[in-house]
Design a protein around this ligand. Structure first.
Ligand code: CTP
Ligand code: MG
Length: 381
């Protein structure tokens, strides 16, 4: 295939400095291991992936990564591991990306930028970020020899991209380097540095893992919203509250079943996501929602926010009124509200207002809710 791209992900290290009793690439970061993160991010941009693994973990890596990935045994050093990977690359590869499992959070976008520079004719393209600390060359006794100009320095990351012929030539002498570009430079090729990314940091110690974890969190946009609802009691109507029927209580007036707890939650979710409110989504001009249950409105609201790419972190609702007394059925109501939201965490509280206001005077019930949601996809709002 013209322009066939292979990726070698180096994951055969022991992770000595990390100090865990399993290889660093198998350390969990959020919902998956470092090697799984690295494979997932690079795979959309490449035609084949080769992973180097420690010999005794070969079958574990293969099980974890599936048949679409070729797993080979790595070498004693990183450079040897890369050569083991190179030996497994298919003949039709034109470009090769060399990546470290330890840089698990490098994005697909970074890989794409490296590939497009290669496709424009560069032989070697590597990502780098500006150097923050001043660097000194130091002699064996600890004395400074020189201070390179910081503005000219870059911290170099992976994935590094090469024309396969250039990388093969660079490795032909079985040299050792802390990255592949060092060998390619020595072989006389020009190496272009393009902008890297903070999240492509190399995870070496548990402290680095904590930083990487923050990048995962920051990736999720959290949003909060508040919703309020109140209904007046109306004799002769059934009372619905917290998705439960309250047989011995007077119901409330309203277009739907008047479940203030459910309605306040719906509004808090719509507020958090900026998707309108109960009125604009299910108002009186939508006769199909006349008499709709709180559970139905909750599940409809969930589907509105889900299709806009949001998920619920949690919701909390407080019911304000003298009756009904929620305490005895609190668990039941939480389960019912949560079920209507497909299992999202719900908390439910109740309070009275010391005889003040419409709820204190026994004229009705109110509820106030807050929701925390996060973006799970980049669907347009
Ligand atoms: N690596 C490799 N083969 C080796 C040594 C390292 O494939 N013989 C890989 C590591 O798995 C890692 C990457 O090269 O993804 C960068 O190496 P490093 O961050 O140093 O990882 P480790 O060597 O595992 O860690 P340590 O040096 O702390 O033992
Ligand atoms: Mg190492």
């Amino acid at each position: 295939m013209p322009g066939h791209v292979a990726a070698i992900i180096a994951a055969a290290g022991s992770g000595f400095r990390f100090g865990a009793d399993l290889p660093k690439a198998l350390i969990q970061l959020g919902d998956r291991t470092l090697i799984e993160h690295a494979v997932a991010a690079i795979s959309p941009a490449v035609n084949e992936i080769i992973v180097t693994a420690p010999a005794s973990y070969l079958s574990q890596f293969q099980r974890l990564l599936g048949d679409a990935v070729t797993v080979v045994v790595g070498g004693q050093t990183r450079s040897e591991s890369i050569r083991a990977g190179l030996a497994a690359i298919s003949d039709d590869a034109k470009y090769v990306l060399i990546h470290d499992a330890a840089r698990a959070l490098a994005t697909t976008e970074l890989t794409s930028r490296i590939l497009s520079a290669l496709q424009k004719g560069e032989a070697a393209v590597i990502p780098g970020v500006p150097q923050v600390d001043t660097i000194k060359n130091v002699d064996a006794s600890g004395y400074v020899i020189s201070t390179p100009i910081r503005a000219d320095l870059r911290n170099i990351q992976t994935p590094q991209g090469f024309e396969l012929t250039a990388l093969k030539k660079a490795h032909a002498t079985n040299g050792e380097g802390t990255d592949d570009a060092a060998l390619v430079e020595s072989a006389g090729f020009k190496v272009l540095v393009i902008a890297g990314e903070e999240r492509a940091l190399k995870i070496t110690t548990p402290a680095d893992l904590a930083i990487a974890y923050n990048f995962l969190g920051n990736n999720q946009e959290f949003l909060t919203g508040v919703g309020v609802d109140a209904h007046a009691f109306e004799a002769g109507r059934e009372l619905w509250l917290g998705c439960l029927n309250w047989p011995d209580e007077v119901g409330v007036a309203g277009h739907s079943d008047g479940d203030v707890a459910a309605h306040a939650i719906c509004d808090s979710l719509l507020a958090a996501t900026g998707l309108g409110d109960l009125g604009s989504n299910f108002g009186v001009d939508r006769p199909e929602y006349a008499g709709a249950s709180g559970a139905k409105l909750l599940s409809e609201t969930l589907s509105i926010i889900t299709s806009a790419g949001f998920a619920i972190s949690n919701v909390s609702v407080q019911v304000i009124g003298d009756r009904p007394k929620l305490a005895g059925r609190r668990k039941e109501a939480i389960a019912a509200l949560s079920a209507a939201l497909n299992g999202a965490p719900v908390s439910l509280l109740a309070t009275t207002t010391d005889g003040l206001g419409l709820t204190g005077e026994g004229k009705g019930i109110a509820a106030i809710a807050s929701a925390l949601v996060f973006k799970v996809s980049s669907n347009p709002r």
